[in-house]
Design a protein around this ligand. Sequence first.
Ligand code: IMP
Length: 194
Amino acid sequence: MYQGTLIFATGNANKVKEVQVLVGDDVQIKSLHDLNHFDELSETHDTLEANALEKAQFIFEKYGQNCFSEDTGLEVEALNGEPGVYSARYAGPDKGADDNMELLLKNLEGITNRKARFRTVISLIIDAKEYRFEGVAEGHVLEGRRGAHGFGYDPVFQPIGYERTYAEMSLEEKAPISHRGKAVKQLVTFLKNF
Ligand code: IMP
């Protein structure tokens, strides 16, 4: 079992809580705020893998602490994997989730292949060595929005095997089947066997 502290390279307290619950008491998950780091981390690459590593490496080098980071994208088959690594800023740097969904639906107008997947990559650095984990959720992009929970593209994404969109699911229902949940589960298993 990995023992001690692990920095989650995020400022999102909810994400930190989610992982802490899964990891148990042997590992203390801390956020960037616990390091008094409040700046956004750069994501300058064009793959989820490279961006996740960039963020983890930056924190490891700056603070000398074991850490992990994640990067997520929605990869739409008919759009050659777009918006992918650019999911958060698909409609432009100052646009929000509504604009992103609107652009996605517009770009898919008249296209019958709605296959898409969410992919999360986690990059973990322990004592300068990188370990990588991935979680994938396959599904479809609907033709309109359904549901009010969640964030991002949740209202237009329906995972395979489910009648409802992510935005129609409670957090308890979405978390274990989601891309992020699957990637975190792998991280937790790794830490337990470390
Ligand atoms: P991040 O790497 O977790 O910040 O995710 C990047 C972007 O992908 C977010 O800004 C959202 O647009 C989208 N995204 C990530 N995870 C989800 C999810 O669970 N549901 C819907 N959209 C998501």
